[in-house]
Design a protein around this ligand. Structure first.
Ligand code: SAJ
Length: 442
């Protein structure tokens, strides 16, 4: 089938679609496409996910507005079905790939999932099919990995027998369905005609800008937008430490800096977690690995942000020492284990490395998080017998703490606020020895 014929089948919703990988990117996408009237096959490795989806049940934890109802309706109408069988791809006109592309502990991308998909998809790829990769990948991956692997596993040729594009996902947990409509997308095609066909496809559900371009640009934009955010956060974290040293208040400094035109100083804090901002800068860096590009800023920003949990420990140790308490042997209440406020997602959470550091230093962490099942519970009960509090995540619940009641359980009552959640005056009135990241010791 030609790309112009494919455009026609897209417009009349006759194009047969597949989404490989029914995670937090692929499942909402598959549901959205089915909801737009397409026939969609979801291909997924995990049997429990396949079974749940085919029962019309969402396997995604956490609140995702609209997803539960949408999956139930598209499965009931038969527009969406899940399978683990790759042969069901053989009649598919458009195949979207949304599998994990993590980095390993040496910050190198691990493309095992992508390799497996390409190996299994190649032999059944339909002539004329359009393959679109939505996973975030290092610049150059389409050229150096996806094309050679796919041509080898399919024994057919790109731009002659099949078409290929990269449209990086821009999802955010908690707003998965809404973002599919509202976020602009970079639409990279291996040829301009491919990119234009992808625009026709994405226009069936994206209401925001669709920017056609080539694949290398799409790879660069996605990894750059998240590296940008990481560098901005690192800058805020470094200024926070400067303010602590010279007697300033970074929160006030940031407010006034951002009154200056074209400034957008981000929020300092107790660290940077999640599966995007912690990973994508390394994918961007990997794209030029082995080259002679002097990469200093992006790795340094990662190091600054990864150092913030230990900075919280430093502030804690100093505050305890002033009370003649040693960190070694102390019990410390950790408020927040998720990587993001009002989320249950703990991937790459700063609290994880914080807890490891505390244990290494002989402290006993007591963890509370209202969203993470193993750490839920009565925060005031958990506080009993603790010496100090480290506030790591700005969960809404922590903005409404009964500070007096909590203080009664903590001695000597050190409170280190990593997200500027607690009002310093209220903390002091309640008898805490209060410190906040980015503010000098009063
Ligand atoms: N954080 C700071 N200071 C800030 C902003 C965030 O310390 O000023 C911390 C957060 O506490 C968290 C981490 O950084 O630990 C990541 O926060 P995030 O708001 O970037 O949330 P993510 O990781 O879900 O990022 C996603 C990204 N979206 C995609 O990759 C499609 C990111 O590009 C978005 O900018 C972000 O959501 C968003 O704006 O919600």
């Amino acid at each position: 089938m030609s790309l112009s014929e494919l455009c026609g089948r897209i417009k009349d919703r006759q194009a047969l679609l597949a989404v490989i990988g029914l995670g937090y990117v692929g499942l909402p996408l598959a549901c959205k496409l089915a909801g737009e009237g397409f026939n969609v096959v979801g291909v997924e490795l995990r049997d429990e996910v396949v079974n749940k989806v085919n029962q019309g049940i969402s396997p995604i934890e956490g609140k995702e507005p609209g997803l539960v109802d949408l999956i139930a309706s598209v499965v009931e109408t038969g527009r969406l079905r899940a399978t683990g069988d790759y042969t069901e791809l053989s009649d598919r006109d458009i195949i979207l790939i949304a599998v994990e592309t993590p980095v390993d502990n040496e910050n190198k991308p691990r493309y095992q999932a992508l390799h497996d998909v390409i190996e299994k998809m190649g032999p059944v790829l339909k002539h004329g099919a359009l393959v679109i990769l939505e996973s975030t990948i290092a610049p150059g991956t389409i050229e150096r990995v996806v094309i050679p692997y796919l041509e080898r596993s399919s024994s057919i040729r790109i731009n002659r027998d099949f078409y290929l594009g990269h449209c990086p996902e821009r999802v955010m947990p908690g707003k998965l369905l809404a973002n599919l409509e509202n976020m602009s997308r970079v639409v990279g095609g291996m040829t301009p005609e491919t990119a234009e066909t992808m625009v026709v496809f994405y226009k069936t559900f994206v209401k925001a800008d669709l920017d056609p371009t080539d694949c290398i640009t799409a790879e660069l934009v996605k990894t750059t937008e998240n590296a940008y955010r990481d560098v901005q956060i690192a800058f805020a974290n470094e200024v926070a430490q400067i303010c602590e040293a010279v007697g300033g208040d970074v929160w006030k400094v940031r407010e006034l800096v951002n009154k200056s035109p074209y400034r957008n100083m981000h929020l300092p804090g107790s660290g940077v977690g999640g599966h995007c901002i912690t990973k994508d800068p390394w994918l961007l860096v990997y794209g030029v690995e082995g080259g002679d590009v002097p990469l200093r800023l992006i790795p340094a920003a990662r190091a600054v942000n990864d150092s913030m949990p230990n900075h919280m420990v430093k502030l804690l140790r100093e505050a305890l020492r002033l009370q003649n308490f040693d960190l070694n042997g102390s019990r410390v209440l950790i408020l927040g284990y998720a990587y993001l406020e009002d989320s249950d997602d703990i991937r790459n959470s700063p609290s994880e490395s914080l807890v490891q550091s505390l244990r290494t230093l002989g402290a006993e962490p007591v963890i509370h998080d209202p969203y993470v099942s193993e750490y839920r519970g009565d925060v005031y009960q958990k506080a009993i017998g603790c010496n100090a509090i480290l506030l790591m995540v700005a969960h809404q619940e922590y903005r409404m703490l009964d500070l007096g009641r909590l203080r009664a359980a903590i001695e000597p009552g050190v409170l280190i606020d990593g997200r500027a959640v607690i009002d310093p005056d209220l903390a002091r009135q309640a008898g805490y020895i209060y410190r906040r990241i980015g503010r000098a010791q009063d």
